[in-house]
Design a protein around this ligand. Structure first.
Ligand code: NOJ
Length: 743
């Protein structure tokens, strides 16, 4: 349709019909036979309103979506097609590593490819929109949703946000949405959902405007600039105002400053929750507040559908506001080409051909190998050599299929390569390798609720039994590979935890194994950074696998036996203990920074633990080592218009080819507001043969030095800056330069 046709359509619609477009119904309206007595009654709506709804959430499968579309269009007065949306977070059928792991790749190109494959599989399965990427910056490992973020760094998150949007949508303008295999992205959760107090899900957010602007907003902005057709509001409050009813945030910042012109959807029931937050008397007031804030679409509540008409009729809202929201939704449908082809790419045959096809699995395997972080590798125990002798793979994750995390709604154990299968497939399976569970995944008394209720533990044998045979196997083995971790549902939405360790039964297993065999390589599965101290102490090597997805087991075999070398770097700080969180690299010095001498009590230091995390942001080993030369500058002083170049030479000092992510951090040594001790400003991945060296050069321009100054202006201030270049955020490889004031 052209713009005029869209306008004509809008003009022809009744107010009631227009409001229908703003309603998003859940799958229960289409899967349940007793719709009118169940879901519809809950929402307080009838058949007419169901027929006029504008979009649907979480229906899966091309045939089902086509049939719902066909029926819905017949019933909708203007035959307007529905939008089908779902959470395709790290893959549709082919599951990629969780987003936090994807962040560790430091490869936006790879992340873009994963998003593009996810989009293709979702599109042929009938979907039009994914509720991804989640670009919330995260600093608190207690919060289970850190798994869905790409980490704690503003710059890295921004690149990943852009990459994912382009991967889903096909290009930056959103103009290719109607083409095969493209779906709309939805940047979420606007804003600052990643900073809930105490890491507790849905909790309030207390954040200064400066930190919000400087650290949190840029990744949303990057995704918007990349053309994301949708944005989702967050559940949390910010400055005591729930985001979904926050006019300043949505109108002034999102639409005004950031220039977002697409569709703004509430998070699940977030409009209605304005009542529980205590800023709306009832659903009607909630509807008014959300509409005034500029929220176009109401995800699964009856607020808009039941109250907007009355609010317009009694003059509390203008019809113009409704029209603008509806127009944005119609435009999105039009961009997707739905008026011409309401089924878009939905095709069961194509889905069967493309989902989990060889090529997609190959990408998933590479992504998994490139996102697992090698945290420790004493005596080069990894990769396992042919001469390593007998290997015992011990732990509940050895034969576990649930390697795809909490958010992979279409992932199945059967479609996932387990560690055992990966090792077998790679041909390492012989009488030298044995597998024992050693313990259950969850503690006996733990009642864990997943997205679909209680997680049932199937136990044929007691933990004691399992332990005995595993200890016996470990005694007879030369090397032990422990496969341990959290359950997938320990993280994800609703997955906040105060204790960020793995279940006690698994720790007990590790301790018992460590008593009889010291050659332990531990693979850890998790949706968050864990307190790893004891695991690291008991192990010669630690490979952090996160939740690696469909090809997790093959990628682990690739890394264990050296077919691939690890290259990932932490996208989120691994805390020393939960007492440190929220913890992140490059914090602030305080007026009394710790000087390393604990005899002075009055310093910014814990009495009982170090200030430093166990492993810093950006950290990750590989099977070789690198040395860095001192950074060199092409000029010591730069003007506002200058480009300055800083270089280092990186040498592979080990015996194997390896990939290093060379990272550039910057510190503003004095500012009109207190500046962080460092921030990532660039990185480059290089691969070097043994003995090979390479010069890496970064360009510094004035815009990289800007921040929100004392007047809240985004500017740079003349003075001295420090640059750090190294293999992680703790590097002390430093050089300084000066920014001159303008003459
Ligand atoms: C709630 C989550 O916060 C959001 O991220 C998700 O997209 C919606 N539910 C829809 O499932």
């Amino acid at each position: 349709m052209n713009q005029q046709q869209l306008k004509n359509l809008l003009e022809d619609m009744s107010l009631e019909e227009k409001i229908g477009q703003l309603l998003q119904l859940s799958n229960s309206f289409y899967e349940d036979e007793a719709v009118l007595t169940g879901p519809a009654m809950q929402l307080g709506i009838g058949e007419k309103q169901i027929n006029e709804a504008g979009s649907v959430l979480s229906v899966f499968g091309a045939e089902q979506i086509k049939s719902i579309q066909e029926t819905a269009m017949k019933k909708q007065p203007h035959h307007i097609p529905l939008l089908f949306m779902a959470d395709i977070i790290n893959g549709y059928k082919t599951i990629f590593p969780i987003p936090l792991a994807q962040g560790c790749s430091f490869q936006p190109e790879l992340v873009k490819k994963c998003a593009s494959v996810s989009a293709t599989e979702a599109a042929v399965s009938g979907l039009h929109v994914t509720f991804s990427p989640m670009v919330d910056l995260v600093r608190d490992a207690r919060w289970g949703r850190v798994m869905e973020s790409t980490g704690e760094d503003t710059y890295l998150n921004g690149l990943m946000s852009e990459a994912m949007v382009e991967g889903y949508q096909g290009d930056r303008s959103g103009e290719k949405l109607d083409q095969f295999g493209h779906i709309s992205a939805c940047i979420k959760h606007f804003a600052a959902y990643g900073a809930p107090e105490a890491g507790r899900e849905y909790n309030n957010v207390e954040l200064s405007e400066r930190t919000l602007r400087e650290d949190y907003l840029p990744a949303y902005k990057k995704g918007i600039d990349a053309g994301s057709a949708m944005v989702m509001t967050s559940f949390n409050t910010l400055d005591h105002i729930p985001a979904t009813g926050n006019k300043w945030l949505m109108q002034d910042i999102l639409r005004g400053e950031m220039g977002f012109e697409g569709v703004l959807i509430s998070d699940w029931a977030a409009i209605e929750e304005l009542v529980s937050h205590g800023i709306a008397e009832d659903r009607k007031e909630a509807a008014r507040l959300a509409m005034e804030a500029g929220v176009d679409m109401d995800m699964v509540t009856g607020c808009y559908i039941n109250h907007l008409q009355e609010l317009v009729e009694n003059g509390q809202l203008k019809e113009q506001q409704i029209d603008e929201a509806v127009m944005r939704i119609l435009e999105l449908k039009n961009q997707l080409g739905l008026f011409e082809n309401p089924y878009k790419d939905a095709d069961d045959n194509k889905a069967a051909e493309l989902c989990l096809c060889e090529e997609h699995r190959r990408l998933a395997r590479k992504a998994a190998a490139d996102t697992m972080v090698l945290l420790k590798n004493e005596n080069d125990i990894l990769p396992i050599q042919e001469t390593a002798g007998k290997i015992a793979v011990i732990g509940p994750y050895g034969e576990e299929g649930r390697l795809y995390g909490a958010w992979s709604l279409q992932g199945t154990d059967a479609d996932t390569v387990t560690i055992k299968e990966g090792i077998e497939e790679a041909g390492y399976d012989n009488d030298q390798i044995v597998f024992y569970a050693g313990s259950s995944l969850l503690d006996e008394d733990e009642k864990l609720y997943g997205f679909k209720g209680l997680v049932k533990q199937y136990r044929e044998r007691s933990n004691e039994d399992l332990l005995q045979e595993a200890v016996h196997a470990a005694k007879g083995a030369d090397t032990v590979v422990m496969a341990l971790g959290e359950h997938a549902y320990h993280s994800g939405e609703g997955g906040s935890r105060a204790d960020i360790t793995i279940p006690e039964c698994q720790m007990h297993l590790l301790r018992e194994i460590a008593k009889v065999n010291q050659n332990i390589i531990t693979i850890v599965f998790a949706g968050r950074p864990l307190d790893l101290r004891e695991i690291a102490d008991c192990s010669k090597a630690v490979l952090y696998a996160w939740f690696p997805g469909s090809e997790g087991g093959s990628a682990i075999a690739d890394l264990l036996f050296g077919m691939q070398s690890p290259s990932a770097k932490l996208s989120m700080t691994m805390p020393y203990s939960v007492g440190q969180v929220p913890v992140y690299y490059g914090g602030y010095t305080s007026g009394r920074p710790f000087n390393g001498n604990r005899t002075n009590r009055f310093q910014a230091v814990y009495q009982d633990i170090p200030n430093e995390p166990l492993y810093p942001f950006g950290y990750g080993l590989t099977y070789t080592s690198f040395s860095y030369s001192k950074p060199e500058l092409d000029q010591q002083v730069m003007s506002m218009e200058d480009e300055l170049h800083v270089s280092v030479t990186v040498t592979n000092t080990g015996k194997r080819t390896g990939t290093e992510t060379v990272q550039l951090y910057l510190r503003d040594l004095k500012g009109s507001t207190v500046r962080p001790t460092r921030r990532l400003k660039g990185f480059e991945r290089i691969t070097l043969e043994p003995g090979e060296e390479k010069q890496v050069t970064f360009k510094i321009t004035e815009d990289m030095l800007r921040f929100y100054d004392i007047h809240m202006d985004y500017v740079s201030e003349p003075g001295e800056f420090a640059l750090f270049i190294g293999g992680d955020s703790a590097t002390q490889n430093e050089i300084r330069f000066e920014l001159q004031s303008q003459k």
